[in-house]
Design a protein around this ligand. Structure first.
Ligand SMILES: Cc1ncc(COP(=O)(O)O)c(C=O)c1O
Length: 454
């Protein structure tokens, strides 16, 4: 049975972000069941899900409260379209999300994944400017190494060339500003001398092109897929002030950071800012079902509101927009927040995780340890002094992934960046076990053939 599942996987599946040839001679990990932080394969071997299954699992797998909400919903309503109809779970969830986010965000538009949450914000922004008599505002600004999804629109604002270069010819033109990459500061400053010089290009761009710009999109506090680049809250504050001062919409993509992962409910709280659009997905349902939401202000909503004949409708919608089961799972996840008060626990677990990670900084092949809430990343380098990176060909991340599996860790490094993206439910004991196993993988250079620290 196991072999045949392997064989059938190889025969029929095309896995995302995967070079399938890697599995020509190797079995893929087939997960049979999950509970809490653990995944179990068909042989019963367990693995810590250290990356929360692509950053969405929040309270651990199969949380009973979320399952309870889901069961209840299953007995009532499976699905109904959200155009010309509505349902209780979507309404209750909208109400709850609005109460949790900054006061100015009063309207919610549902969709079903992170890319579409961002795509909706881009389209709404553009259409807003047309409805309000400023159709010239049609350009967008994005950050180098930003990532907002894999649709054509979000790829056009993506800053990770490896992901999107094959499509470059058909992507729309946008403005790009430097990544706030403190380890390799684009303005050659240190954290002590930093005066946010990396925002200078944005300042100049706004002076020059401000009137032509609809919006800027960025991931608050951490550029995740672009290499777990964590940057200071004051960068975010100053950026928000700058762009909103020029009348440019601020789109915060909290698809990855939302719902407690950074130690606060939303990363924007670290900077005390209010965006014009807030994009949520991933952990919205505790990671159990796909769902997304784009929140915006009454001012933007009102620009679309009017008599039918004026044709200001927002013509956008996905079949599963606001799906009742997903909405129920999201309500279940918010109920877990009420029941378990995870922020009290995080007050202990976050400093513990950061403390455990600091040890990795002593390794000659760890250039930097970066931590934010339940996220911890290591940037591996060939040479600590020169910060010379490992090359693409050396494929360090892949070797670590394989070694991780042997140690019972599901890691998925982003090239030379090894990271933990833990559920907010992780306990001190689990953090100890995960970091101990990670040390066994990373602490020994001989572990990885061809990996030599200079
Ligand atoms: C910040 C951010 N935005 C958007 C997305 C896209 O989300 P999805 O994969 O659900 O389309 C991701 C996915 O990793 C992300 O990290």
């Amino acid at each position: 049975m196991n072999d045949s599942l392997q064989a059938r996987d190889k025969k029929f599946l095309w896995h995302p972000y995967t070079q399938m040839e890697d599995y020509a001679q190797r079995d893929i990990l087939i997960i049979d069941r999950a509970e809490g932080l653990m995944l179990y394969d068909q042989q019963g071997k367990d693995y810590f899900d250290t990356i929360s299954s692509w950053w969405c699992i929040l309270h651990g797998h199969n949380h009973p409260t979320i399952k309870g909400f889901l069961r209840h919903q299953l007995d009532k309503l499976d699905h109904v379209l959200l155009a010309g109809a509505s349902h209780e779970a979507a309404i209750l969830l909208a109400e709850k999300l609005i109460s949790l986010t900054p006061e100015k965000l009063t309207r919610i538009f549902y969709s079903d994944n992170g890319s579409t949450a961002c795509e909706v914000a881009l389209k709404m922004s553009l259409q807003y400017w047309r409805h309000t008599g400023r159709p010239g505002r049609k350009r967008f600004i994005a950050l180098e190494r930003g990532y907002h999804g894999d649709t054509i629109g979000t790829m056009s604002l993506g800053g990770v060339p490896d992901f999107h270069k094959e499509f470059a010819e058909i992507l729309f033109q946008s403005f790009t500003i430097p990544s706030p990459y403190c380890y390799r500061c684009p303005a050659a400053q240190s954290p002590e001398s930093c005066r946010l010089e990396c925002l200078l290009p944005l300042r100049e761009l706004l002076e020059r092109e401000g009137e032509n710009i609809a919006a800027i999109i960025l991931e608050p506090l951490i550029q995740a897929a672009g290499g777990m680049r964590i940057y200071p809250a004051r960068y975010l504050q100053e950026l928000a002030e700058l762009v909103q001062g020029h009348g440019v919409h601020l789109i915060l993509d909290e698809v990855a950071t939302g719902f407690g992962r950074t130690g606060k409910m939303f990363a924007l709280e670290h900077a005390g800012i209010t965006p014009d659009f807030l994009c949520l997905s991933k952990a919205l349902t505790g990671g159990m079902l796909p769902m997304a939401a784009t929140l915006t202000t009454e001012e933007i909503y009102q620009a679309f509101y009017g008599p039918y004949r004026e044709n200001k409708t927002f013509y956008h919608g996905h079949t599963f927009t606001g799906n009742p089961l997903a909405a129920a799972a999201a309500l279940g996840s918010l109920q877990v927040f009420a029941e378990e008060q995870p922020f009290t626990r995080l007050g202990h677990t976050i400093p513990h995780l950061h403390g455990k990670m600091s040890r990795f900084g002593e390794l000659p092949w760890v250039g930097e340890v970066r931590c934010l809430g339940m996220i911890a990343a290591l940037e591996l380098v060939k040479n600590k002094q020169t910060k010379e990176p490992f090359s693409f060909a050396e494929r360090v991340g892949w070797k670590i992934y394989l070694k991780g599996l042997e140690q019972g860790l599901l890691l998925r490094p982003l090239s030379n960046i090894v990271y933990l993206w833990l559920p907010i439910s992780a306990t001190i004991k689990e953090i100890d076990e995960i970091t101990e196993r990670a040390w066994r993988v990373l602490g020994d250079a001989d572990n990885i053939s061809g990996w030599s620290a200079k």
